[in-house]
Design a protein around this ligand. Structure first.
Ligand SMILES: Nc1ncnc2c1ncn2[C@@H]1O[C@H](COP(=O)(O)OP(=O)(O)O)[C@@H](O)[C@H]1O
Ligand SMILES: [Mg+2]
Length: 266
């Protein structure tokens, strides 16, 4: 335990490259990506559609290990899916045959911590309350709106208490107003239970609103074009900041990067 890597708390992505296909059909998707996400940090990843954002997330989740490079969570190499990382997808992230309560309870069962039945029920109740789901506790997901289903998915992911939470455009299928509510809910839950989060989105405004840092990817093969620090702290993040001149400046800057030849290349 002497190297620097083993001491870093959080996620360490080291020189990840991934390609799909063979021979002439081979397509490079991730090109030597390196980044650290510190414990408790919320990072958003933005990039053009098809640039490799989901590929990066899937590599970190362990669904599709990269061709080369190293992925470490709290210094431990990851090569397969495991409870240290939990993914929230755009859709289908909840079990349709389980009630809301049982979906969240499923999360608590994946915790390395093993408490009594009663303690677990208390945890589930806490997440039901935090995500405004208490009155839907006994409902099945199909009876809920898309936004409510995503609340269940997020509550379940937090209930797992993973070392890192991965979110792949979780609000992309929601209408604009629901999306804003969901962004606020996510900020709230993450203020109460600070987690290490990597959040993929192609909406620049959403990335700035949620994240401590925004990682801007180039078009395929994806490299990191720029890392943009975001100045607002948790409680300052209300929808009003979206019209703040500094917010608008950051937004224009990142949108400019995405439009640049580098952002649109290949
Ligand atoms: N399993 C796969 N086999 C072949 N090509 C893939 C596979 N997964 C993704 N790709 C290709 O890799 C590129 C990046 O995809 P993806 O990571 O889904 O992009 P993003 O999430 O940024 O929109 C796309 O060109 C896509 O077609
Ligand atoms: Mg994607």
């Amino acid at each position: 335990m002497t190297s620097q890597q083993t001491e870093h708390r959080g996620l360490s992505v080291q020189s990840i490259s991934t390609s799909f296909g063979d021979g002439q059909a081979r397509v490079a998707v991730l090109d030597d990506i390196s980044m650290n996400v510190d414990e408790g940090e919320f990072v958003a990843v933005v990039g053009p559609s098809g640039s490799g954002k989901s590929t990066l997330l899937n590599a970190i989740a362990g669904f599709a290990p990269p061709d080369s490079g190293e992925l470490l969570v709290n210094g431990q190499p990851v090569r397969e899916p495991g409870p240290s990382r939990c993914v929230v997808f755009q859709e289908y992230a909840v079990f349709p045959w389980l009630t809301v309560r049982r979906n969240i309870d499923f999360g608590t069962r994946l915790r390395s911590w093993t408490g009594t039945r009663q303690q677990r029920a208390q945890i589930v109740d806490r997440y039901l309350d935090m995500m405004g789901l208490r009155e839907f506790a006994e409902a099945l997901p199909k009876t809920l709106s898309g936004g409510m289903r995503q609340r269940v998915a997020i509550a379940r992911a937090y209930a797992v208490d993973p070392q890192i939470l991965l979110m792949d455009e979780p609000f992309a299928a929601l209408d604009a107003q629901t999306r804003e509510y969901m962004q606020e809910s996510l900020i709230e839950i993450n203020q109460r239970e600070r987690r290490t989060v990597m959040f993929v989105t192609h909406q620049v405004e959403e990335a700035i609103f949620l994240a401590d840092r925004v990682i801007v990817m180039t078009a395929r093969p994806a490299t990191i074009q720029e890392v943009v620090p975001i100045p607002w702290k948790g409680p300052e993040r209300t929808h009003e900041i979206k019209t703040d001149p500094e917010f608008v400046r950051l937004r224009r800057h990142i949108e400019g990067l995405l439009r640049s030849p580098d952002g649109h290349g290949s």
